[in-house]
Design a protein around this ligand. Structure first.
Ligand code: FE2
Ligand code: FE2
Length: 169
């Protein structure tokens, strides 16, 4: 497929198989980001109450960051000779970030965000391991994204800590 030689690393034709494997991991990453954008939009709007405001604003900011991640994954899929999948290939996974029964249930949202970020952290850690030494560009890109996700999780763990301290979670 690629007309490249060994000196061209992951783009070399002899690395077709490895590259296709990385593209599949990137497609999953892309869908995780897209679903997170959807979930964060809903949860930046739905929650009610004084205490929900901080969560809503925090998620509003994250939406742009997660969208940026999705765009980075899409670009990298193309650079590796893959095709960014169309919307019909999407299948939802984030059962834990569906709207709660009561819109004042902020703890449900906080826990859902932590679960989404944890899922991203686990998958991106795998992508980093798989690209180590074979695709330094993807490796570097995903390390930077992983740091963002760790930051998001830490922030929401802090919110949860406050609710736990008050016996509300
Ligand atoms: Fe993300
Ligand atoms: Fe995130």
């Amino acid at each position: 497929m690629a007309e490249a030689t060994a000196s061209e690393g992951i783009l070399a034709s002899e690395n077709d198989e490895k590259r296709e494997q990385i593209v599949e991991l990137l497609k999953k990453s892309y869908w995780m980001e897209i679903e997170t954008v959807m979930s964060y939009i809903t949860n930046s709007v739905n929650p009610d109450g004084v205490r929900a405001q901080e969560i809503r604003e925090s998620l509003q900011q994250d939406i742009q960051e997660e969208l940026g991640h999705a765009q980075q994954f899409a670009e990298r899929i193309k650079e590796l000779y893959g095709v960014v999948p169309g919307s019909e290939e999407f299948s939802a996974q984030q059962s834990f970030l569906q709207p709660p029964g009561k819109q004042t249930d902020v703890v449900h949202v906080i826990k859902g965000v932590i679960e989404a970020e944890t899922g991203a952290i686990e998958h991106y850690t795998k992508v980093i391991e798989e690209t180590e030494g074979v695709d330094p560009v993807t490796n570097d890109m995903v390390i930077a994204i992983l740091r963002d996700e760790q930051g998001h999780r830490r922030l929401f763990e802090g919110y949860l800590r406050e609710y736990k301290a008050e016996g509300l979670a």
